[in-house]
Design a binder for this molecule. Structure first.
Ligand SMILES: CCCCCCc1ccc(S(N)(=O)=O)cc1
Ligand SMILES: [Zn+2]
Length: 251
């Protein structure tokens, strides 16, 4: 994939009104009490009984096969189905996340991608609809190892080149990839952060980062992309906020 600065030519929506990621200016975010209590954000994931991993040339992706559901919070009454998760990261710890918080970049960002199964028939059908997708963004910071992520990081060596796929014969519970606090998040209307950049994503970015070990981050940086280079810095820089408001669920 060419550099983000070149995307505007082939994907004019790159300069659209609801592009992602954004810099989250915490002082400008508006508290929204409506996303608490009974309609708090809720995940109900079924652990994968085997794990399908793909090096798709610009990230490492886990294709979900079990029924996993995200509801509540900013999603109204709709039920969003977990489709896949993947990550973005830097060449070093000081950069790599797509969203930033008051200009701060994290080392990596995990995206759990869901599609609106209450209104659409498939991910492909939902991917271009304004209320089609919901993505959970989890910031990653260097620290202790994340045990559930070992299923991915321990297999990066076997997924080195673009197009490589494998099925790992182990279970994986996506719930264990989430931060302990899933009540505090920012949410706003945005887009896919890679081409085709469709403006179809309700973003939910958790305030609490998750720790991965140095080794786990290094495993990501040793992957090879579709250009045959080390897969690093596969993050899009923040786009203009334009006429949008970011909501927050905490004071
Ligand atoms: C017509 C096929 C479209 C596939 C779109 C795949 C995709 C999913 C999530 C994200 S992200 N980084 O915004 O979570 C980017 C791209
Ligand atoms: Zn992503």
């Amino acid at each position: 994939m060419k550099r983000p600065s070149t995307w505007g030519k082939d994907f004019p929506i790159a300069n659209g009104e609801r592009q992602s990621p954004i810099d989250i200016v915490t002082s400008a975010a508006e508290y929204d009490s409506d996303v608490q209590g009974s309609n708090a954000l809720s995940t109900n994931y079924t652990p994968e009984s085997e794990v399908k991993l793909v090096n798709n040339g610009h990230s490492i992706m886990c294709q979900i096969t079990k029924k996993g559901v995200l509801t509540g919070g900013p999603l109204g009454k709709d039920e969003y189905r977990l489709e896949q998760f993947h990550l973005h990261w830097g060449a070093e710890d000081g950069r790599g996340s797509e969203h930033t918080v008051d200009g701060k970049m994290y080392a990596s960002e995990l995206h759990l991608v869901h599609w609106n199964a209450s209104k659409y028939s498939s991910f492909a059908d939902a991917v271009q609809k304004p209320d089609g997708l919901a993505v959970l963004g989890i910031f990653i910071t260097p620290g202790v190892a994340c045990n559930q992520f070992k299923v991915i990081s321990d297999n990066c060596g076997k997924l080195k080149t673009s197009g490589a796929e494998m099925t790992v014969d182990t279970t994986l519970d996506p719930t264990l990839l989430l931060p302990s606090n899933t009540s505090d998040y920012w949410t706003y209307l945005g887009s896919l952060t890679t081409p085709p950049l469709f403006e179809s994503v309700t973003w939910i970015v958790f305030k609490e980062p998750v720790e991965y070990s140095k080794e786990q981050l290094l495993a990501l940086r040793n992957l090879v992309d579709s250009d045959g280079n080390h897969m690093q810095d596969n993050y899009r820089p923040p786009a203009a906020l334009k006429q949008r408001k970011v909501k927050k669920t905490f004071t």
